[in-house]
Structures are given as C-alpha cells and as structure tokens.
Design a protein around this ligand. Structure first.
Ligand code: HPA
Length: 272
C-alpha cells in the first residue's frame, strides 16, 4: 500500500471537508448513485480531480464526492466506487474510507448491487448485510502495518454493527420496503460467477454475491468505524433463474429501485 497516495488525495480535498466531522459516510455503489440528490449537495468534487484517484471506470457509477446536510446531519457521500477488478491495486478501493477516517467519521454505510443466492430473494429486494465471506482471501490490510489503521490482526467477529442494521430494518419497515438479513459473498470479478460457484457459495452460507463492499468493510472495521451494509438484489445469481447475466440488467434494477433507495437512505439518516 502506497501511504503517500492518501496524503496527496487528502491534500487536495478542501478544508471544509475536515472542519466538521461527518455524522455518516456513505459509499453509493452500482445503481445507488442517485439515492442522494446531487443538486442538494453543499459541495461536489469529481473523482478525476482527486490526485491519483481517477474516475470510476464502471458505467452507472457517478464518480463524485458530495457533502450533504440531511436531517440536520452532515453526510459525506462517495457516489461511485473503484473496484479491485479494475486492476489498479487496493488504494483507490479504500481511499474513500481512509478520507472518511481522516475527516473523523465514525459510521459508514456501504451500498451495492448484488446477485441473489438465497431462494427467498427476488430482484428489487434489499438485503441488510450481517456478515460476509471474502472469497479472495486477500484484502487491503495486507502489507506493512500502520498504527492508525488499527491492530495488526483486527477482530472481525462483528463487522456490521447490530444497531445500524436494526436502523436499516426499521427504515425499511416504515417505508414498506422488502428487506431481509443476509451474508454477502465477495468475488473479485469482473466476470460473474458460474452456476457451480453459486451452489458452492450457497453451501458456504452466502445470501448474496457481489464484487465490492468487503474490502471497504474490513478496512473501516479495522480502523474502528461502525459499519452498515445494504445490497439491492439486482438479479438472481448465476444458474438460479436460468438466463444469462449482464451489467445492463444490474443498472436497470438500480433505476427501477431508485425511489426506494433514496427513501431508505433518507429514513436511515434521520434515525441516526
Ligand atoms: N454477481 C456478482 N456481482 C454482482 C451480481 C452478481 O450476480 N449482481 C450484481 N453484482
């Protein structure tokens, strides 16, 4: 991990980002980009202007850092994420979390689109992440230890804070949105899984599968942050419905769920 990478990025962000501790950091993943209204932002910064960070290479990812004041709370939102499969290392994957840590942010909500493995899930459902399986066995903490990133061997017994998961459910309940608990399996991608892999992940206890979130969750937890995670089930995982999978389907599911995503995040922030 190149530590100076983070100093350069932090040096670019205006002082206002570090003046008031955000009450919540949010990572908006595939399809979630419009869940917070861009025109309500107090500040917007394009990823491509942040030194070393670069624009998201994924269609449907906005690529802007935005600060909001929402329900009297400061929300720092990363609209679009960089993924490990982009092949440029862990730095851009965890940069948003590291910037939030430097802003003094103590809570983070990670969102994503995922394939549904649990037979009870339908596209358009939400899954509150309670735990995860890192199918890579690799992550952003490999490398020299750094004191501010927590202990050398961080505990991962309860990555996803129970209280925050309960707030997500309370928000979904009030809004009449279908949300189940689940375990998120992280596959590097960029290829989707095979049906045999999905059967194996089901046997491992996975409810949904996706190509993100786990590196950020592990990093944030190691740094002492409270972590919440929510998936939009954009499709049924490979082999479950029988058809083939496409990114267009994932983006379309996000568009269909746009109003529910915005309502869920708004209500969740209000409850913090
Ligand atoms: N697999 C992996 N990642 C995904 C999927 C999937 O089925 N859907 C959305 N992201």
């Amino acid at each position: 991990m190149d530590f100076s990478y983070f100093d350069r990025a932090a040096g670019y962000l205006p002082d206002v980002c570090f003046e008031r501790r955000p009450d919540l950091g949010i990572m908006l993943g595939s399809g979630w980009g419009d869940a917070l209204k861009a025109d309500a932002a107090i500040l917007s910064i394009s990823y491509s202007d942040i030194p070393g960070f670069g624009a998201s290479t994924v269609a449907g990812h906005a690529g802007e850092f935005r600060l909001f004041q929402l329900h009297g709370k400061i929300v720092a939102a990363w609209c679009g994420r960089r993924h490990y499969y982009e092949g440029v290392g862990w730095e851009p994957v965890v940069l948003p979390v590291e910037m939030l840590r430097r802003m003094g942010c103590e809570k983070i909500l990670l969102t994503n689109a995922a394939g549904g493995i649990d037979p009870g899930l339908r596209p358009g459902d939400f899954v509150v992440i309670r735990d995860h399986v890192n199918l890579l066995g690799l992550g952003p903490l490999i490398g020299p230890a750094r004191e501010e990133w927590g202990p050398r061997f961080p505990d991962m017994t309860a990555i996803y804070t129970k209280h925050l998961a309960e707030l997500l459910h309370a928000a979904a309940n009030r809004l009449g949105i279908r949300a189940k608990d689940g375990v998120y399996a992280f596959n590097a991608g960029p290829c989707y899984e095979t049906p045999a892999e999905i059967r194996a992940y089901a046997a491992l206890g996975a409810s949904v599968v996706g190509m993100s979130t786990v590196p950020e969750a592990v990093f944030a937890k190691a740094c002492g942050m409270k972590v919440a995670g929510v998936s939009l089930v954009s499709n049924l995982a490979a082999g479950i419905a029988g058809g083939s999978l496409s990114h267009e389907e994932v983006v379309a599911a996000g568009t269909e769920a746009k109003l529910r995503m915005a309502a869920l995040i708004g209500d969740f922030v209000d409850r913090l």
